[in-house]
Every structure is written in C-alpha cells, then in structure tokens.
Ligand binder design. Structure first.
Ligand code: HEM
Length: 447
C-alpha cells in the first residue's frame, strides 16, 4: 500500500466555510481552487466537508473500479421527492434489477422506431420556427429545445396519444424542476409537510403528472395491440431471476425518471450547441456541407445517423465545454484509499466533469472549441474518464445512444433550414444547479 497523502482544504470562512463562494459561482470557485490545490481537495460547506475530485483515474476508481463502495450523494435526495425510486435515484440490488429490466429497451436497434418520432418532432418544430422567422421575433432558443426534447421523450414513452396532455406535462415538470432547484439553493427551507404555496404547488404538479402516467399504464394494460414504445417494453420486461414484472408504482417511477432525465439534459446540450454555432461560423459551414452531402434537404432518418460524423463531433465538443451534468455526486460507504489519499466512510464527493473536461493536463487549449478532437483518429488518444458527459461505470447514462441520435436528428433537421444568431453580445453566465443552464436563456433571431 502507498503512504498516506494529505488532502488539502480550500480556505474559507470559519463558520460558513466556502458556502457563499459555492453558491455564487461554483464552477469559477472550484476552478480557482484547482489551480491552488490540485486534483483532489476538501471544500467546507457549513459543517460538512465535501471532497472535490478533478482527475480521470480517481474518477474511474469511484465510478468503475470500486463502484460498489459508492452510492449517490445527498443532492439526489431532492430528486427522489419527485422521481421516487427510479433508475436514477435507486441503489443496490433493487437498482440492479431495474437496470436489467430496462436496459434492452435502450439498445440501439430498439431505438429505430423512436428515431422516426425524433424526426417527426424535429419537423414539427421546424414548421413552428418557420412562422417565428417570418414574424422576425426574438426567441429564447432554450424554450424551443425544451419543447422538442420533451415532445420526443413523451412520444418515446407513450407513443402518439400524449399530444393533448403536453401542456399539463410541461407545466408540471417546470414547477417540479423549479422546486428542486430552490431546495438545492436553499437547503434550509420549509419542511415538506407545511402547507406553504411552494409545497402545495409542487404536490399539485406531482399529482397531475401521476394521474397522467397512471392513466397511461392502466389503459395500456387493457390494450390488445400494444404500441412499440418504452412503456410497452418496460411493462413486458420480465426479470429472468424472479419471473416478476414491474408494479404500477415502479412503472410510474421509471416513467417519471425517463421523462425528466430524458429531456432536460438533451435540451441544454442542444441550446449550448446553437450558441456555439453562432460563435463559430467556420464550423457551422462545415456542418452545412456535411448535411448537404448526406441529406441534400431531405428529413434525416435512422440510416443517416452513422453518416453524420461531423455533426456528432460538434455535439461531443459542445458537451466537453458545456456538460449538462456538470458534476456527479457520490458518497462513500466504507473507508477507501485513492492513490494514497484516505477517504472516510460516508464522505460526500463531487466528481467534477466540467473541470476535467477543461483541464490543461488532458486537453490542449482546453477552452477552445475544436470539434476535430473527436475525429475517429484523435478520439483514440483521449484518456479514459477525461471525457464523461454521460457518467461511467455501471451507472452510465442508460439514454446515451438515445440522446446522441436525438441530437443528431434535431440538429440535422434544423440546421438545413435555419441559422440562429444571438441578439445579445454579453457572455452567457453558466448557472450550475442540478444541470448546467444558461442563466436567463439564450436570446436569438432566426435567419
Ligand atoms: C445529453 C443528454 C444526456 C446527458 C448529458 C445525460 C447525463 C447523464 C449522467 C451523467 C448520468 C449518470 C448520473 C450518475 O452517475 O449519478 C445519467 C444517468 C441516467 N440518464 Fe442520462 N443523460 C442524457 C440523456 C438521457 C436520456 C435521453 C435519457 C432517457 C431517455 C436518460 C436517462 C438516464 C437514466 C434513466 C439515468 C440513470 C441510469 C442508472 O443509474 O441506471 N438520459 N445521465
């Protein structure tokens, strides 16, 4: 065993620790501390010590090599209020069983059917944007990306019979999301049982979504011809070991999880993508050339996806600079040691995707947008876990192929018709909450 090394602590206020700095600009603060303290350090937040890790092999240790010793950290508790015990928030044997049941639904060949819906939703959005363009209106691109990704994931889950419910779904998800964010920002708030407006609104939104999801599950049980969507696949999945299927409650939790995890992150990646395209006209022209060669104006489909190579590189580079999941939280179960650093039991930690993705040790000119980093040849030289927008190890994002295909199809449809140009010149502030969002959206006009 190697000799024990000392883990430095970020200097902070005697009582608050670095709470104020973390709340004000967590990415900037951790970036500064990285320069001072290196790959691994503690940050005090009130009475808690959070271990911050910014090194690929250490992250690999936590997510992969010794993953059994690490569970999701306290920040996932807030998500649990809404998602219940779904794939994102559950642990141990229960999670393993659920993952086994859900995994086949996300295999690439199973997604062929869903890519049709992805193209359809993209076309629907394109028609809407055409009208906006004629009206010369300024738009917030994040709202439109949110709409299309929500449309896609709803259809992927429940097929086409969801369009009349979209308004309620959208509103309820927004309320729930804002509630989660406010609780993460202000951990000392009203207890959940208090009938204050924020709690009541949150519960009402939850009830409305529950009603919709349960009604889909009930009516699906009675249908003879089941559509080929995620809900059918989850309902049909039988556990090989026990012969059991999922209960209604379990189906509800998984649907809610896929709903939320399946659109928010993708919508943010797409939004950052359009901002980068506005900033990099040369790369945008190359994108258009690829689309012209592969599609020549037609709607993209499943078979086109492997040919849209440069489009994929652009998306990968977008998620390097702007990873929607900017950090991954874990907590140790037993004591552990990482490269001579002692990890205590019950230690909360932040694996810093954003900082690793921009670390000069692993990337040349780390802040520069350079999609050629992800060409077939160059990608071979990327260190393992120097790039992990979808996490890694057994808890790797189950929807990663879904998301990549979706983004390629949405981009290929829209970029063939429109250019989005920012109407403001100031640098967009990155708001790192549950996910990394552009603060105040991204205002654009359509050309
Ligand atoms: C750009 C898009 C996306 C990004 C950046 C992303 C990122 C992530 C990350 C980092 C994790 C791991 C979290 C952890 O280890 O604590 C994760 C898990 C998960 N994601 Fe995604 N995701 C995306 C799209 C999707 C989509 C489209 C779906 C579903 C349709 C989805 C469903 C899930 C689920 C269910 C989990 C939990 C998996 C498990 O623990 O077994 N995600 N995602």
């Amino acid at each position: 065993m190697s000799t024990e090394k000392n883990i430095p602590v970020a200097k902070g206020h005697w009582l608050l620790g670095s709470l104020l700095e973390m709340n004000k600009d967590v990415l900037g603060f951790i970036g500064e501390q990285r320069k001072l303290l290196g790959y691994i350090f503690y940050v005090d937040v009130l009475a808690f010590k959070v271990l911050v890790i910014i090194r690929p092999d250490y992250i690999r240790h936590v997510l992969q090599e010794n993953n059994k010793n690490y569970v999701k950290s306290f920040s996932y508790e807030v998500l649990k209020l809404f998602l219940g015990n779904g794939l994102l928030t559950s642990e141990g044997d229960f999670w393993r069983k659920q993952r086994r049941l859900a995994q086949p639904a996300f295999h690439k060949e199973k997604l062929v059917e869903i890519t049709k819906q992805m193209s359809l939703s993209s076309e629907k959005l394109a028609a809407k944007l055409e009208t906006v363009k004629q009206q010369q209106k300024e738009i917030d691109i994040t709202e439109y990306m949110n709409e299309v990704t929500l449309d896609i994931v709803a259809a992927a889950l429940f097929s086409s019979n969801v369009s009349d419910k979209m308004e309620i779904i959208r509103n309820s998800l927004t309320v729930a999301n804002e509630f989660a964010i406010s609780r993460i920002k202000k951990p000392i708030g009203w207890p959940l049982w208090m009938p204050v407006p924020s709690n009541l609104n949150f519960r009402k939104a939850g009830r409305e979504l529950d009603n919709i999801i349960y009604s889909f599950i009930e009516s699906r049980r009675n249908e003879k011809e089941k559509p080929n969507d995620l809900l059918s696949m989850l309902m049909d999945a039988v556990d090989e070991e026990t012969g059991e299927r999922m209960s209604n409650l379990q189906l509800r939790d998984e649907c809610m999880t896929i709903f939320l995890a399946g659109h928010e992150t993708t919508s943010l990646a797409l939004s950052w993508f359009w901002m980068l395209m506005d900033e990099h006209p040369e790369e945008e022209n190359k994108l258009r050339e690829e689309l012209k060669t592969v599609l020549n104006g037609r709607t993209p489909e499943f078979a086109d996806i492997p040919k849209l190579k440069y489009t994929k590189q652009l998306i990968e580079e977008t998620m390097r600079l702007y990873p929607p999941a900017w950090t991954i939280g874990r907590k140790s179960l037993q004591a552990d040691e990482i490269d001579g650093y002692k990890v205590s039991p019950e230690q909360n930690m932040m694996l810093m995707t954003y900082q690793v993705h921009r670390h000069p040790d692993y990337w040349s000119e780390p802040d520069k947008f350079m999609p050629e980093r992800f060409s077939d040849e160059n990608a071979k030289h990327i260190k393992k876990f120097a790039y992990f927008p979808f996490g890694g190890g057994p808890r790797l994002c189950i929807g990663n192929s879904f998301a990549m295909m979706e983004m390629q199809l949405v981009i290929a449809t829209l970029a063939q018709r429109f250019k989005f140009r920012r109407t403001e010149t100031h640098e967009i502030i990155k708001d790192a909450l549950v996910t990394m969002r552009p603060k105040d959206g991204i205002k654009m006009r359509i050309e």
